[in-house]
Design a protein around this ligand. Structure first.
Ligand code: LIP
Length: 276
């Protein structure tokens, strides 16, 4: 039986592909780069152009829906998840990669109803990998079903994380201390690829065993959370409690055991919530 959100899902897939073409083309061209909350928090004209395209097309098709989108929020729009159908959009996740032509960049489109994530679409523009998942229907990449790894032992784990935008000495000390703890626990490796969304997609595909970050935003997380969960994985708060999309922190893993071990190794790094 069709879900009431099938039409929305199809629209998300179409728009992620259209946006992906624009981003891939722009990747190799000259860019005008500005900063947002810090010298490491970047935005380009392409971020804004792609966000405007996605949001305006969706608004036309679904006029009663609400939107949370990265660049509109940066420009002062309220970041509020209500019970209404809500699109949560990152036009370019991995903007710093995009600026440097490092080829890990993605479009991320998530959709929530009654504050519950219904589906997620993530498009790796350069490699043309389309990751998607609908609640209760499994996770896929270009038609192939995804499953997380079943690893439960930290000393056999490959772990992804992201640095985030704060670069003050106290934050960096905590950030590096967290990596150190995982390496002291003999994790096989800790990797940083510059896109939270794609890191979570690697987790969904079983290419890594865990992912954690402090300082990411709801639009980095929304779509990929559905993909990880539908691939059989856990996405939770760094305290071990349920995920809070607006809290700027996450631990995700293929197994509950692995998620708990990673969460226990971490010292919290505080960031202002997305919904203040
Ligand atoms: C960024 C992520 C990056 C993460 C940053 C930021 P943007 O998103 O991709 O991995 O470390 O906190 O959220 O700005 O490129 O969409």
């Amino acid at each position: 039986a069709g879900s009431p959100w099938d039409e929305c899902f199809e629209a998300a897939v179409q728009l992620a592909r259209r946006a992906g073409q624009i981003i891939s083309k722009a990747l190799t061209e000259e860019k005008r780069v500005s900063t947002k909350t810090s010298a490491a928090d970047l935005v380009t004209e392409t971020d804004r152009l792609v966000e405007d395209l996605i949001v305006s097309e969706l608004r036309k098709q679904f006029p009663s829906h609400r939107f949370i989108a990265e660049e509109a929020t940066a420009a002062g729009a309220k970041c509020e998840l209500t019970t209404s159908p809500t699109w949560i959009i990152d036009p370019i996740d991995g903007t710093c990669n995009f600026v440097h032509r490092f080829p890990d960049v993605a479009v991320s489109i998530g959709f929530a109803v009654h504050r519950e994530l219904e589906f997620g679409v993530v498009h790796h523009c350069v490699e043309e990998r389309l990751y998607s998942a609908r609640r209760g229907h499994g996770a896929f990449c270009n038609g192939q079903q995804l499953w997380v790894s079943g690893e439960t032992d930290l000393s056999r784990a490959l772990i992804l994380t992201e640095i985030g935008s704060k670069r003050d000495p106290a934050t960096l000390k905590l950030l590096l201390g967290n990596m150190e703890q995982l390496l002291l626990a003999k994790a096989h490796g800790v990797r940083v690829i510059g896109s939270s969304t794609l890191a979570l997609c690697h987790l969904a595909a079983g290419a890594v065993d865990a992912y954690y970050q402090f300082g990411l935003h709801c639009w980095d997380l929304a779509a990929a959370t559905v993909i990880v969960r539908e691939a059989g994985g856990i996405v939770m708060d760094t305290t071990g409690g349920p995920l809070d999309l607006m809290s700027r922190r996450v631990v995700a893993a293929g197994t509950q055991k692995m998620a708990t071990l990673v969460a226990q190794a971490l010292q919290p790094i505080s960031y202002e919530r997305d919904d203040v």
